[in-house]
Write a new protein. Structure first.
Length: 467
């Protein structure tokens, strides 16, 4: 089955060009300038024409940080692989990389099997896994090699959450040595959890229990300190490090400095840190619980630094850290004790739109939008050029985006399985029009046409920034 995406403005990380895009089966086979003999010859033998005139044609979004049905604090994030990947497709994201979560005392390979069982047959779009390592020991370190062979070569560790995911500096060092030896990437949640826990305990003892305390007890300096420490450990071991969900100016300074010195340090940020702030955590009543995630939303003045970091490439990727918990029943577990509010926010559906808003306001160029949302994520996690670009041979993950459409984000209209929107009432210029996942139309004319199980597991290569 051949599909022709006709007359759109194709946007890739290297710029924009008006072109017709020919898809054969699951792949893009050719691009041609509209009106040329080559392009005019195509419609005769295609099954379907998608009219993209006046619209953008983008490589599908790649969200490398999601948590579908993730266990946290006695509950699970509210999107399953089925509902979460469907919502992603609605928003123009055609690949996610989710996290398998090792529970203490269990093996990495058994963990990977469990996550395969959750995702297999349920995803609307393609997916890969990172592995969360919460128990560093001889077995785990050996199993890292087997995970790499299985296409899972990025390992997330935590300097936060003592007693749950927390790893000591010594454990981080051992995992980083293994990463240096194998070419794997260590992903780091960089917040000083030991110090934070003391601030949390003190706040609770003093009767400060509102959601805003979640932000006030996790100051930006403790993200900056942990980021520096992670970078130092990476330097000592020779491992690359990727800082996840970077949220603050001190952390960005640490990343910038190390990159200027030539170290293999990378970082991502998320839309919530670009658009939301501590003011949202401080909303009256218990409303702030909707905005509890870690690291916390920061005072507004950090946002300008993050946009600048995106322009200078000190921030290379924008992911969502999508980890939705319903306000009713889930977030409410923390009424009267902010430390019991499940950490996480919904967002997988709106990343492309929110970043396009950055294009509209002049923070990002069109090419940079595509680069941080698709191309760099693909290269960083070993999926390029199969994913992350519009080129002959690439998977036909294609988003036709209408840059002039207007929409208002709301829980009433979103497709994520969660009862609130962190962006309720946000006015967005631009909207996804049509989405192809490996050549198959999954979103068209306001309808979802995909199926659970269309999405396939992606065995990833090592980071393409390191070789
Ligand atoms: Zn996360």
């Amino acid at each position: 089955m051949r599909t022709l995406v006709k007359g759109g403005t194709v946007i890739t990380a290297s710029g924009t060009v008006v072109a017709d895009v020919l898809v054969d089966g699951e792949r893009i086979t050719a691009l041609a300038a509209p009106g040329t003999d080559v392009a005019d010859g195509w419609p005769a033998d295609v099954g379907k024409v998608v009219n993209a005139a006046g619209k953008y044609v983008l490589p599908g979004g790649i969200d490398v940080h999601t948590h579908m049905e993730m266990p946290f604090g006695g509950t699970f994030s509210a999107d399953t692989f089925e509902t979460g990947t469907r919502a992603a497709a609605w928003g123009g994201t055609t690949t996610i990389v989710d996290f398998a979560v090792q529970a203490k005392g269990t093996s990495l390979l058994a963990t990977l099997d469990r996550w395969h069982a959750k995702a297999d047959g349920n995803c609307a779009i393609d997916y890969g896994f990172h592995m969360i390592v919460s128990d560093v020991n001889d077995t785990t370190l050996k199993e890292m090699g087997s995970c790499i062979d299985a296409g899972v070569n990025s390992f997330k560790m935590f300097m936060a959450y003592p007693g749950v995911f927390y790893a000591t500096d010594g454990e981080i060092l051992l995992a980083m040595l293994k990463a240096a030896e194998t070419g794997a990437t260590i992903m780091m949640h960089a917040e000083n959890g030991i110090a934070i826990d003391q601030l949390v305990a003190r706040a609770l003892a003093e009767g400060r229990t509102d959601p805003v305390q979640h932000g006030l007890t996790r100051p930006p300096e403790l993200e900056g300190e942990a980021t520096s420490r992670a970078i130092t450990l990476a330097k000592v071991t020779g491992a690359p490090v990727y800082i996840v969900h970077l949220s603050s100016a001190p952390a960005l300074d640490a990343v910038t400095q190390s990159r200027d010195a030539g170290q293999n340090v990378f970082a991502e940020t998320c839309p919530q840190y670009l658009y939301l702030s501590l003011d949202d955590l401080a909303r009256p009543g218990f409303e702030g619980a909707k905005y509890v995630a870690s690291p916390p939303l920061r005072p507004k003045e950090h946002q300008a630094s993050l946009w600048r970091g995106l322009r200078t490439n000190d921030l290379s990727v924008v992911s969502t850290d999508h980890c939705p918990f319903c306000f009713a029943e889930q977030k409410e577990m923390g009424r009267g004790d902010f430390a019991k509010i499940p950490n996480g926010m919904p967002g997988v559906e709106h990343r492309m739109d929110l970043l396009h808003q950055g294009v509209v306001t002049g923070e990002l160029s069109l090419a940079r939008w595509v680069e941080v949302a698709s191309t760099t994520p693909a290269r960083m996690f070993g999926l390029y050029p199969r994913k992350g670009t519009i080129a002959p041979g690439a998977d036909a993950d294609i988003v036709v985006y209408d840059p002039r459409a207007q929409q208002t984000l709301s829980a009433r209209t979103h497709h994520m399985n969660v009862d609130y929107s962190a962006y309720e009432g946000f006015e967005i210029t631009g909207k996804v029009d049509t989405v192809l996942s490996r050549g198959r139309v999954v979103i068209e004319a306001g309808k979802y046409l995909g199926t659970a199980g269309h999405g396939r597991f992606l065995k990833r290569e090592l980071s393409q920034y390191l070789r």
